[in-house]
Ligand binder design. Sequence first.
Ligand SMILES: [Zn+2]
Length: 188
Amino acid sequence: MTGCLALNASFEPLTILPIKRALRLVIDRKAEILEVDDGRLFRSERRTLPSPSVIRLVRFVHVPRKFRRQVTNTFLFARDGYRCQYCHRHRSDLRGREFLTRDHVVPLSRGGGNGWDNVVTACSACNNRKGSHLPREVGMHPLQVPNEPNHVELVWAVRRITVVQAKYIRMFYGEEVLHALQHGSAVA
Ligand SMILES: [Zn+2]
């Protein structure tokens, strides 16, 4: 099920919210509905409301960079296309007890950080093999140089958005980003 795309007052796409949370913002007059999902109604305690597919916050919310940079495994694996960055195996190629993990390219014990530019997806076998070594010490280099992905690309990667919602992505980020999102290349 798709959720509701929430835009900042500046029209910057922020995230996908559950319909119920989006409606709560509307009822509290913190957001306005820009697009509704035709034919769908949402019944709350006291009233029946159209089901929003795009809302816009009434007041501009400053989204701290730190929040955006937070790395979760869900987003990390999506950024790397669910592929081990060392042996290049996809999640579906893993055997028995193997699983995807977060690897720190420069290990935490060697002064590496936990930001987007130092973490990659690794299968448990590769992560064990690499241990607390630097890539050059063991000849294990990530398939792609890790960097911070576009926030909306990540949202798209883990939750599908509708055609109407895509219109707002295009409005803010342009045709190029939308095209990349729709063809999955941006997060691969
Ligand atoms: Zn691997």
